[in-house]
Structures are given as C-alpha cells and as structure tokens.
Design a protein around this ligand. Sequence first.
Ligand code: CA
Length: 405
Amino acid sequence: MTTVSWVEVDEDAGFGIENLPYGVFARPGELPRVGVAIGDRVLDLAAMSAAGLVEDRHYFASGSLNAFMVAGRPAWQANRERVTELLTDASYRAQVEPHLIPVADAELLRPFEVADYVDFYSSEHHATNAGRMFRPQGDPLTPNWKRLPVGYHGRAGTVYPSGTPIIRPSGQRRAPGDQEPSYGPSLRLDFEVEVGFVAGVPSSAGRGVPTSAFRDHVFGFVLVNDWSARDLQAWESQPLGPFLGKSFATSISSWVVPVAALEPARVSPPVQDPAPLPYLRCDDPWGLDLHLEVLINGQVAARPPFASMYWTSPQQLAHATVNGAPLRTGDLFASGTVSGPDREQRGCMLELSWNGQEPLSLPDGTKRTYLEDGDTVTLRAQAPGASGSRITLGEVTGTIHPAQP
Ligand code: CA
C-alpha cells in the first residue's frame, strides 16, 4: 500500500511521508522548537500541539529533542502515526497547512543536547587500511578488532550542527623524520564519513543494554563528520587514544531519522568470524543499506557503503554499556569511518590519498591530499524507505576556516 501525503513532495529528495525526521528550528525572533520535515517544509509541532492537533507533554516547545526522546518508543510511535495521519488525510489539510513552514525560512539548529559522545571504529575496510599504513610490518587488524567494537569517548561539547564553520586546529605534531615536535596549524586536516545513533531512553547503572533492546532505547540516526587532525592525532595518541586531534569539532546533520523509518533499510551485516561473545550476539539483521556520499566543494569524492560495516549499531550499544555504565538521554554513538573495499568507497582523506602519498583527483580536476582552507565538505545519505521510496538522512556540511593567529 502506498501512502501519499497531500503535501507536494519531490520523491527524489527523500523527505517524503515514509521519512518524517525530527529537527529543531527557529525563525528570526522566535524561540527554537521541534519540527518534522515533509518535502521542503517543516511541520511546526509546537504550534500543532498548541492547536490541539498532536499530543504534547511539553515535548515540542523546547529547543531540543531531548524531552521527546526520553518519552520512549510508545510516544515516538504514537506521534509518528498521528503526524502520518494528519499529512495524508486531506480532511486535516485546512487545519494543518498553516503550521507548515518553508525550510528556507527556518534556521535548523542542533537537534538534541549531546550527553556523551562515543566514536567507534567498526569498518573492517577502514581499520585494515589504517593498519596497513601505520603498522606495515604487522597484522592490519589488532587482535581485539573482531572480538569487540573498538571505540573511544569523544568530546560532547564540540558536537556542532551542520553548517558550523570549522576552524583549522593548531597543536603539537612531529613531522616524519623530525626529532623535535613543533606547534602550528594542522597540516593534515581530514573528514570522516560516519553514521551515528542517539539514545532516548536511559538505562540503569550496573546493567548493560542487550542487543534485543536497541529499539527501546534508541531514538534515531544522524550523519556524523568526525573532523580529524591526522598530524596531531599521530603524535599524541601514543599510547592512549584520540585526544586533541579529534576534540576540536564533530558535525552532525540537522534531521534525526527515526529508527522506524529505517526498518526497510535493514540488511544482514557481513558474516562475523569468529562468532562474537554471547553479549554481542544479535540474531536480527541490523546492517543498514545506507548509501553515503561525500562531496568536497560540490565534487563527489567518495561513495562509502554503510551496509559493509562489520559491527552493527545494537552490538555497539551493547558493548558500550556492558560494563554497567548507564545510558543517558542524548548519548551519541558514531559508527567510525565508513569505507568499502574499493578506493572510491573510502570515507576519509587519510585513505583516499593514502596518507598524502596519492593525491585524490576530483571530477573537476582539482587534487587534494588533505583539506585546504575554504574547502567545504558535505556528507549525504540515502536509504530504501517503505513502499519502494527513498529516504534521506539529509546532509551535514562544514567549511574549513583558517587557523586563528
Ligand atoms: Ca571517527
């Protein structure tokens, strides 16, 4: 059965009735509030609530999605069904239409308050490429890699909404062959194409979240660009993990796509061998058939396939909580750089230029090893939606600004 909205929608753009992602928006002089994207409009849920058209326990007239995210899956499902009804039943059109605002008239803000931020490393192709570059003598994958989803805790306070300028970070680095480190603007600034999920419902301390409970806790998915200063990272990360080479900025997309909208995109992940320990086992297929795209200054640089990720989102969540650390509303978990087996599927410049040794040629002839000041990086993603539709995760974009003197 095909569901059709009375709102005019460009189906190719991916913001049809099968998607209905949530975001936070504001118009000049107005307070931020929660909305749902449909076509090139935002449905103002705060105004819909005030008009008595959707149920609201003060979820929507706030500057973040957190209050709604903590309400849990029954509330998420009920609101999704109600919004679908209002946007498909033409008898509601006269009541609802005044609350549809052109996206072009709204500023899209960071959709939720980030509690904690974890970044995984779950693409076998990415981890293998990085291992080949940095440990050419040994096994590309470390002995733990196929036993657990490797990750680190990042910096929640510098997770920015799409469009935020990215100031080139400065820091300490030691060039290859040099004995002494130096200080200055990063010379190897990179992006990382990633997909993240955000927790809504907290969990109890001392008890992990089993893979089977993923949908009871997780609200939705966003695109993530984990900006990375490779020279700072390489020098500082011995022997601990990423620090200042990562913490200066992480960008997320404006729209949070509900888990329910991505059900038709679920596919079987790659076979896991050896079989993971019982707490990481997941019988349901939780790979996601997301087609990612990264553009540098509007030129396609790579198309990484998310379905190739070795560890799935429920496994990442189970692992991150298995020590009893409780989940909090707004916890953001990013997948790690998404890379496929082919060169044009690699999700960062480190791999695309093989650490600067093989410059990447963009379609217009420009070449890049790492990012230059003024470069704009945009990530996009599409996935199969219900009824044969395509849905989008929107985009996350950022422009590199020169280092501050
Ligand atoms: Ca990363």
